[in-house]
Design a protein around this ligand. Sequence first.
Ligand SMILES: CC(C)(COP(=O)(O)OP(=O)(O)OC[C@H]1O[C@@H](n2cnc3c(N)ncnc32)[C@H](O)[C@@H]1OP(=O)(O)O)[C@@H](O)C(=O)NCCC(=O)NCCS
Length: 170
Amino acid sequence: MSVRFAIEPLAKTHKRSSFTCGNDRIDNYFRETVSQDVRRKYATCFIARDMERDQVAGFYTLSSSNVPLNEVPESQARKLPRYPTVPAVLIGWLARHSDYAGQGLGEALLFDAIKTVAIAPIGAHAIFADAIDDKAAAFYTAFGFTALIGRPRTLYLPVATALSLVSAST
Ligand SMILES: CC(C)(COP(=O)(O)OP(=O)(O)OC[C@H]1O[C@@H](n2cnc3c(N)ncnc32)[C@H](O)[C@@H]1OP(=O)(O)O)[C@@H](O)C(=O)NCCC(=O)NCCS
């Protein structure tokens, strides 16, 4: 990502009311609900700020969660301990403002989320995301995420695999 953007934890100074990514549900969530989720510690939220325009260019949220072991694709599940769930971090929402479509910002947000999870001092074997539609699912699939068994729009990637993806691209 170019130095044009700074990734920062969501703060009161960030203007959320004009954020638009092309999906009303995501826009409404970011404009109206995300700060409550952060306050209640249901999620953390990081934004990409366009430093020149002082505008929110994109955001993502992270929440602690887990994935039932019996929903993890067999090729990966077979290497895991037989606990009923796999500790994981959920990317609940991730979007970039329409002004920045196709400029690599979605990828930069995803990679930042992966790095944030990887350095957090709490165990998380995997990162997963709830894709809002098939296009969003295709976005995650393009980066190696695979669908959970029976949940085609819930995409899953071990953190170790995600990190190798990030380091290969830098
Ligand atoms: C999905 C989204 C974040 C992608 O952001 P973006 O900045 O436009 O995408 P980028 O420019 O970073 O694209 C990165 C790579 O992913 C690919 N990509 C982007 N969207 C894709 C899609 N829907 N399917 C497959 N690949 C996709 C790009 O082709 C690009 O690959 P390349 O580098 O080989 O060309 C953006 O479309 C968005 O905010 N959509 C609305 C919200 C949404 O659907 N969020 C998803 C989580 S719910």
